[in-house]
Design a binder for this molecule. Sequence first.
Ligand code: PGA
Length: 242
Amino acid sequence: MARTKLIAANWKMNPTPPTALAEASRGEPYASSHDIDIVAFPCFLDLHQCIAHGLVVGAQCGRPEPSGAFTGDVSMQMLKEAGCSYVLCGHSERRKYHGETDAFIAEQVAAAMKVGLTPILCIGETDEERTRGEEFSVIKRQLTTVLSKLETQATQLVIAYEPIWAIGSGKTATPAEAQEMHAFIRSLLPENIRDTVRILYGGSVKSANAQEILRQPDIDGALVGGASLDPEEFRKIVGACH
Ligand code: PGA
C-alpha cells in the first residue's frame, strides 16, 4: 500500500533559517506538495511566525498534562491550539538531557493523539548497544512500551528510527541496515496499522545519501537535523524523494 512520504526538518535549538520563511511563501522547499508531506520543527518561539508563513509545523516536545505546575513546559493541548500539526516524542536528545523515559514518552504519544496532533515517536539505539548486538531488543522495548499504553487505535502514529550514533555524527546506517531495522519495526506494529504507519529514518541524512535511504521499501521519509537548516541542501533531500 502506498504511504505518502514525509520529510521532517528538525531545527532543534537553532534559529529558523533566515531564508526559510521567504522560501516558504514561494512554496518550497519547506512547504508540502501533493505527493510529499513536509513539516518543520522550529523552536517554540518561532512557531507562530512559521505558521503565519504557511508552513506545516510541529513542536520538538510537549507535556502530556493539559495545564498545571510544570515550569518551562508547554502542553500538547497548547501546541494544538497554537496551530501545530505534529509533535516529536522521545527524541534521543530529550531522553538524554531531560531524562525522558519510555513510560513518559508513551504518555506524550497518547496525549498528542488525544488532542489531534500527529506524534512522531523517535526510537534508536546507542553505539554501545549496537556493538553488544542489542539494537533489536532496545528498539523492541522502546516501541512496545509505547504501543502497550495506547488506548485508542494508533492510526496517526509516525515512527522515526534514529540510531543515536548516527545523529549529528556524519555516520549513517547503511541503506540495508536501515531497511532491516525498519522492516523489524513494522513487524512489531499491530496488524491493523502495519501497512499504513510511516517509519522515517533519521541520523545524518543529507543530499548525498538521501536517495539511497529513501528508496528502501520500508523507509517512508526522513527526520533531518543539520542538513535541514540549509534550504538548498533540504531542497535536494526533498528532491530525492521523487
Ligand atoms: P542530524 O539530526 O540529521 O543532524 O543527524 C537528526 C535528528 O536529530 O533528528
